[in-house]
Design a protein around this ligand. Structure first.
Ligand SMILES: Nc1ncnc2c1ncn2[C@@H]1O[C@H](COP(=O)(O)OP(=O)(O)OP(=O)(O)O)[C@@H](O)[C@H]1O
Ligand SMILES: [Mg+2]
Length: 316
């Protein structure tokens, strides 16, 4: 498989009132052609910050170091103007909230058209046919009617499909989907996730699928990164991660899913309230922490197809 994206030593933070807060700490990962890579982690762990860093869409008060290599170019080093040929074209992005991501005052056709027609080359009939085929691809019924409607005339599921159509309109090599299904009901979540997989199969794009939902991500991804407090604490193939999770945080996430499936009560105790300074980011929750976990942050150590940042697994 061809590597299409390489994120190396990515560090991102924000500056508020002259205070720097580090949000992503030395993030390293690759994405391959025709691969779906899941990123999971709780709220605030830095999932969206990774997505936004890739296309340099971070807020003004941010700083970013490291490399985001795509087609032999470090995207982090590009100027705004240079990024235009990547954003929405070579790299498509689907955001969380389908209503606020669409322009409420523009009919669907014009929003779709913007994604694939260059301003100087408008051929309306060709654009209409392409827009219809995109709606068809994302499973929208009555595409002729839908094309001339406004976003508020469509259901949440349809709007999410339209966002996917916009994201794939320019045949991107990478699609980044940041919580694309979190506002939808369970059946629609599965439909939309399957739709992304179909798109991947047809276009060979690499997909980065971000979600809180480890069960959903496991169902549709080839590989998973588990984030905790701005660090990747474990990454591996879905099978390895589900059958032999090594990090206590991943183990806790999987136990939570099992408990929900078995309708058992959940006890998510915070075992240790010490705030880590130099130690492991998971220290304050870990039930098996040792002295070394307070002293030193573990780095990501790899074995075949699986890596984990945990002193305890190093010991074993
Ligand atoms: N513009 C900003 N200024 C300061 N801090 C920010 C800014 N944007 C994000 N952050 C902080 O960065 C951290 C990571 O945020 P991020 O949105 O990446 O988390 P997330 O994992 O996507 O969470 P969620 O699951 O809730 O979407 C959070 O602590 C957040 O408060
Ligand atoms: Mg987010």
């Amino acid at each position: 498989m061809n590597k299409i994206l390489e994120v190396k030593n990515l560090e991102v933070g924000f500056i508020n009132n002259n205070t720097r807060s580090e949000v992503l700490k030395k993030i390293d990962f690759d994405l391959f052609e025709n691969e779906s890579l899941g990123i999971v982690g709780e709220s605030g762990s830095g999932k969206s910050t990774i997505a936004l860093s890739i296309l340099k869409l971070l807020a003004q008060n941010s700083y970013a170091k490291g490399r985001v290599n795509f087609e032999n170019v470090n995207l982090l080093a590009l100027k705004e103007k240079e990024l235009l040929s990547y954003r929405g074209k070579k790299i498509g992005m689907i955001f969380q909230d389908p209503l606020s991501s669409l322009n409420p005052t523009m009919k669907i056709f014009y929003q779709l058209k913007e994604a694939f027609v260059k301003e100087d080359k408008i051929n309306l009939e060709k654009a209409r046919l392409k827009a219809l085929s995109l709606l068809d691809l994302v499973g929208i019924k009555n595409p002729m009617v839908r094309l001339m409607q406004y976003p508020h005339e469509l259901s949440g599921g349809m709007r999410q499909r339209i966002l996917i159509a916009i994201a794939i309109a320019a045949s991107p090599k990478i699609i980044i989907a940041d919580e694309p299904t979190s506002s939808l009901d369970a059946t629609l979540q599965i439909q939309i996730a399957n739709l992304l997989l179909e798109v991947k199969k047809k276009t060979k794009a690499g997909i980065i699928f971000i979600s809180h939902d480890l069960a959903l991500v496991s169902a549709i991804c080839d590989r998973i990164l588990v984030m905790y407090k701005g660090k990747i604490v474990e990454q591996g193939g879905v099978k390895e991660l589900l059958t032999a999770p090594k990090h206590p945080y991943t183990q806790m996430l999987l136990n939570t899913i099992k408990a929900l499936e078995e309708e058992k009560p959940l006890f998510l105790e915070l075992k240790n309230h010490l705030e880590e300074k130099n130690g492991c980011p998971y220290l304050h929750r870990c039930i098996c922490a040792k002295d070394i976990c307070r002293e030193k942050s573990p780095s990501l150590k790899s074995t075949k197809n699986h890596s984990v940042a945990c002193h305890l697994t190093e010991e074993k």
